[in-house]
Ligand binder design. Structure first.
Ligand code: AQP
Length: 331
């Protein structure tokens, strides 16, 4: 059976983008395949994190996984820094990946902006550590949002170059799994930007732990155009904010955007936005309540992560050893 690997950075509270683009889909793959879901804390520190907040956010992402339905008896759930092989394979991949490849990464360009001289070296090397996360387990299926597609493709390039340079077929080719109506949830105030944990204003995102009133307020204030909803999906062309709200509705109700348009054809925002807010509260509130309950017992979360790390290490260890051997490193 193919192995699935994916992760989320504990760089702030989880957003609706993380839920729809990642966690909800992680849950959907559980059971059918061997699934490993990581809290990628080493990725989070590519941008400075307050140490106390980092450990809190790490537990909170784990609580989000558990509350949304990931089950430690069916999926390996762990935090990245507990398995040192990630950093070790990451270094080897730093020596395989080319600077020119990194220069083409759009996420790096977006995050560095005009400040590329001042960002950490880790932020630049991020995709090569991500390749290590995946290939350390020979995972081939990587469920991600649209924004991570380029990094998963780079993982293939790194595997191919390693295989070529060392005349081996040791590392498999990975596939990004990007499906469903909400693989790119956009910012509520600007439909050209994705919804992010660390975006400037809290009003541009829905956090998984926002309360009902705040969710209603954020959707009410979400940017839209004055037109009502069209009667075909084509009518949403050139209306990114409107399209985004329809896609969110579809993903939350497990249907397609076409079906949402059929149901709400001709409706104004005064009708659609409250319906969307009710739906979001209905889906998020039970998860958020469960997260609160889990966060009351951090020792239990730590126990689950430590146990997952133990299981992850048993898969990683022989793959790392073999890699060292292929490269000619004495252990
Ligand atoms: N807006 C989004 N729509 C769909 N999927 C999304 N993901 C993130 N934002 C959206 C998916 O969530 C997974 C984990 O992402 P991450 O936390 O590792 O990194 P990110 O993509 O950089 O997320 P953020 O929220 O934007 O964090 P910050 O602001 O700290 O950089 C990935 O599968 C991602 O595709």
């Amino acid at each position: 059976t193919p192995r699935v690997f994916s992760g989320i950075k504990p760089s702030g509270g989880l957003t609706l983008g993380n839920y729809l683009g990642a966690i909800k889909r992680f849950v959907g793959m559980q059971g059918a395949m061997e699934t490993m879901y990581c809290v990628v804390d080493l990725h989070a520190i590519t941008v400075w994190q307050d140490p106390k907040e980092l450990s809190h956010a790490t537990r909170e992402v784990a609580a989000g996984y558990l509350a949304a339905g990931l089950d430690p008896s069916q999926s390996i759930l762990f935090n990245q820094s507990r398995v040192s092989a990630h950093a070790e394979l990451g270094w080897i991949f730093n020596c395989v990946a080319r600077v020119g490849w990194m220069n083409r990464m759009t996420q790096f360009k977006d995050k560095a902006g005009s400040n590329a001289e001042k960002v950490s070296l880790g932020l630049y090397a991020y995709p090569s550590l991500m390749a290590a996360d995946i290939l350390l387990y020979h995972a081939t299926q990587v469920p991600v949002g649209e924004d991570q597609k380029q990094h998963v493709e780079l993982t293939r390039d790194i595997a191919a170059k390693f295989n070529h340079d060392y005349k081996t077929d040791f590392f498999p080719m990975t596939e990004p799994v990007i499906d469903g109506p909400a693989t790119r949830v956009m910012n509520l105030r600007d439909g050209s930007k994705k919804m992010s944990k660390s975006g400037e204003s809290d009003m541009e995102r829905i956090n998984m732990r926002d309360g009902a009133d705040l969710i209603a307020k954020k959707f009410k204030k979400a940017k839209t155009d004055p037109e009502p909803l069209p009667d075909t999906l084509d009518g949403l062309k050139g209306r990114p904010e409107a399209r985004n709200l329809v896609d969110i509705y579809a993903a939350l109700s497990d249907t397609t955007s076409e079906a949402v348009i059929t149901e709400y054809a001709g409706a104004g925002w005064g009708r659609f936005k409250p319906a969307l807010a009710d739906l979001a509260v209905d889906r998020l509130a039970p998860i958020s309540d469960e997260m609160t309950r889990l966060m009351d017992d951090p020792a239990e979360i730590d126990r689950i992560l430590a146990d997952g790390a133990e299981r992850a290490r048993t898969i990683a260890e022989p793959i790392l050893s073999r890699t060292y051997e292929i490269v000619g490193l004495l252990r």
